[in-house]
Design a protein around this ligand. Sequence first.
Ligand SMILES: *[C@@H]1O[C@H](CO)[C@@H](O)[C@H](O)[C@H]1NC(C)=O
Ligand SMILES: *[C@@H]1O[C@H](CO)[C@@H](O)[C@H](O)[C@H]1NC(C)=O
Ligand SMILES: *[C@@H]1O[C@H](CO)[C@@H](O)[C@H](O)[C@H]1NC(C)=O
Length: 449
Amino acid sequence: MQSVILTCVVALAAIVVVQGDTPGNCMYEDIRGTWTFKIGKGGNNNTLDCSNFQGPYVEQYEITLKYYANVSDTKGNEGFWTLIYNQGFEVVIDKRKFFAFSKFVGRKSYCSETLPGWAHNIDGTNWACYVGQKSKGEKKIRYSSKGKTSREFITPEFQENFVSAINSVQNSWTARTYDEFNYKTWASLMQKTGGPVADKSGLAKAQPTTPELEDLVSDLPANFDWRNVKGQNYVSPVRDQEACGSCYAFASMGMAEARVRIQTKLSQKPIYSPQDVLECSEYAQGCGGGFSYLVAGKYAQDFGIVEEKCNPYKGRDVPTCTTDPSCERVRAKDYSYIGGFYGNCSEPAMRRAIYDRGPVAVGFEVQSDFFFYSEGIYQGTGINFNPFVVTDHAVVIVGWGEDSDGKKFWNVKNSWGADWGDHGYFKIARGNDQQGIESCACESTLIVG
Ligand SMILES: *[C@@H]1O[C@H](CO)[C@@H](O)[C@H](O)[C@H]1NC(C)=O
Ligand SMILES: *[C@@H]1O[C@H](CO)[C@@H](O)[C@H](O)[C@H]1NC(C)=O
Ligand SMILES: *[C@@H]1O[C@H](CO)[C@@H](O)[C@H](O)[C@H]1NC(C)=O
């Protein structure tokens, strides 16, 4: 399997793969343009394995990906497309869905080609493999960064000094030392959150708040949290991803769990299986990382997710899918990036989505000070261990608020266990795209019986 950015591995497994993951890295402008999809024979179900697809092709399908999210084909059909972070793109047109990762070999991304991907009709009953090739427009090659990081051990003395430095420069949040970080390497802490942020300049930013966007949320309260809506808690317990880069799977399952509680008015409180995603999803890279859009959304729609008991968490990759085949799979009815496509997220649109439909999965960038968060409203202090490369992480926003000074924040559920941070949660500054947290949020709604 290929690897992507959000590795988020926990401490223990440090030594094996420090920076082994080599994600694709393609930007909006590299992808926008005219493509030919070379499609193989259809008529398959979702067990179709496309990983080594090289033809034969039975159809050549030309489409043009346009601003911002429109797509057209040569037969006059119109549809929708979105970039998926910097990893690939999804196209929905003429009653079919196409998804493929951008092609990469090692750290080199060929942004005018895709790896073999999956095409299927909207109801998911007729599958084929395809590869995409950009036929017009610039053919961009990019390199993903190989984040340098230190194998130096974190000592108790270092933690004391680092934490007191953080606490002396600001009073928005407090840091504390963590015994479990002692004698771990920085490399291992970095894996706890994710791989390096590829090329920050090319990634989407939050859309600025406009009067139209403000209108969207004029009726919403100043403080809202799904852990306490009229005395009811709609959020499932905090979990621990352990020694595996599965933050995206935990964020996806956490969003799904809360949304089922909301939809069923707490009559159903399922816990879903991140291990099923690690073992069974071709849309993610197991403990090597993945993206919530492709898991909570696309995997949940195309294949469905299962309850924890069907494949209990092991926190490591297993080469085959060991999920109990007799388990019922729960499907996503719909899924999207907030704002409709990657690049159109904004703080008001996130609040609207959270309030109307439930918690959302977000990606954000982790700096080294974040590990030591204890309580308060996190914002980057600029005090960073050097060399520490900013990494990506996936978490779930469950609400928002304002403190007595009018300082705005999000309430966020992490997957580092209930002993980390504020009972497993943190607050992060809201309204200024702090660490990119307002730039990449997605949501998905399950079909529950
Ligand atoms: C899916 O397709 C495979 C291969 O063609 C076939 O063996 C299997 O029975 C099919 N499964 C279902 C549920 O139709
Ligand atoms: C994009 O699609 C929407 C709806 O499908 C349509 O209303 C809009 O005019 C299209 N925009 C462009 C630039 O083609
Ligand atoms: C971007 O998102 C806003 C609010 O979520 C929405 O009103 C707008 O139509 C979106 N833009 C496009 C081009 O779809």
